[in-house]
Design a protein around this ligand. Structure first.
Ligand SMILES: Nc1ncnc2c1ncn2[C@@H]1O[C@H](COP(=O)(O)OP(=O)(O)OP(=O)(O)O)[C@@H](O)[C@H]1O
Length: 320
């Protein structure tokens, strides 16, 4: 299988500060893997090490088993958007991409192809210095796609894009993964990642917090729960506790159950002969799950971010 990024005990220290701390993950092709973590968590540094732009202090970052520097045609293996502003402002979109193609042995026909893909054909002769933030991002993405690589890494690609641009990026990443490519993307936009990513790698203070499918991360949130309404609440609560689930008695006929899926809760009720008036799933958002996971890793958090309720307006009473 090609297109695999492997991080093995990857570590980066700046002076006394450990910025990436023994990170071990493997990114598989055919998936969009979202790379999440608070500001300063080490996401960009990790991506820079994959690209050979920063040297690991210890451990390894490998592309199909080799460090980036040892790849024979690196641009045809890995395409990256790290900093969209890293384009000479006097160059046009076309001259910028042509120079990149020439110096990397990429066929020149790719220039027009990628300009078309990112929607910049009409402005290909305009100077990059005059581009809006969104156009600059699109040009950066065109550069990443130029070598038709099997691995794509995007560091916060939706930065500065309008809703139309955000939707376009989502479609692009999904289609790149559907073609069997490895897509590794960092973002702070949780709703976007919930819709786009298959897998998530979450880090905090350089350490791995989670490496799991999006659905599993959401399911792991304490806010993902089952709501039950029954006239026999006390009786059902007892049976659910025996079955090892956590139950919050909301008073009246309502119970909130975590640690058990909808069908398990229904099964316990059925076995106990308890009448059910409502059985519904309450699913946490990725943002809520993420806030719980990273609460203790926020480096520059404000009380409302790190310690307060999730940023969804749900008050403490509402929480499970
Ligand atoms: N060249 C450097 N010298 C010293 N410290 C650095 C250097 N580059 C990065 N750092 C530090 O490493 C830490 C991780 O930075 P990094 O940019 O990788 O985080 P990030 O997760 O990408 O953050 P953000 O979400 O804010 O972009 C930060 O504390 C940063 O100040």
């Amino acid at each position: 299988m090609s297109g695999v990024i492997s991080l093995r005990d990857l570590t980066k220290r700046y002076g006394d500060k450990v910025v990436v701390d023994r990170l071990s993950v493997e990114l598989a092709p055919g998936k969009v893997t979202g790379f999440l973590g608070p500001n300063g968590a080490g996401k960009s540094t990790t991506m820079r090490m994959v690209l050979g732009l920063d040297r690991p202090t210890a451990g390894r970052a490998l592309v199909d088993g080799k460090p980036y520097a040892e790849l024979s045609h690196p641009m045809r293996r890995v395409g990256a958007l790290l900093d969209a502003k890293a384009v000479h402002p006097g160059h046009t979109a076309r001259t910028h991409l042509t120079a990149m193609a020439r110096s990397n042995g990429v066929p020149l026909r790719r220039v027009d192809e990628v300009l078309e893909t990112v929607g910049l054909t009409e402005v290909a002769g305009h100077r990059a210095g005059k581009f809006s933030l969104g156009m600059g991002q699109r040009l950066g993405i065109a550069g990443a796609l130029l070598g038709d690589p099997e691995i794509l890494m995007f560091d916060e690609p939706v930065n500065g894009l309008d809703p139309d641009g955000v939707r376009w990026i989502r479609g692009l990443m999904r289609s790149l993964a559907a073609e069997g490519r490895t897509v590794f993307v960092s973002s702070h936009l949780m709703s976007e990642m919930q819709d786009t990513a298959d897998q998530l790698v979450v880090i905090g203070k350089g350490r791995l917090i989670a490496d799991a499918p999006v659905a599993d991360v959401i399911e792991g949130s304490s806010l993902t729960a089952v709501r039950v309404r029954t006239p026999q609440a006390a009786e059902l609560e007892q049976q659910l506790l025996v079955a090892g689930m956590c139950v919050e008695d909301r008073g009246g006929d309502e119970l909130i159950v975590s640690g058990g899926a909808l069908d398990r809760v229904g099964g316990v009720a059925h076995q106990a002969g308890v009448r059910i008036n409502e059985l519904s799933q309450r699913e946490a958002s990725l943002e809520q799950a993420y806030m719980e996971l990273t609460a203790s890793s926020v480096e520059f958090g404000t009380p409302s971010q790190a310690d307060g309720p999730p940023a969804d307006g749900m008050d403490e009473k509402e929480r499970v």
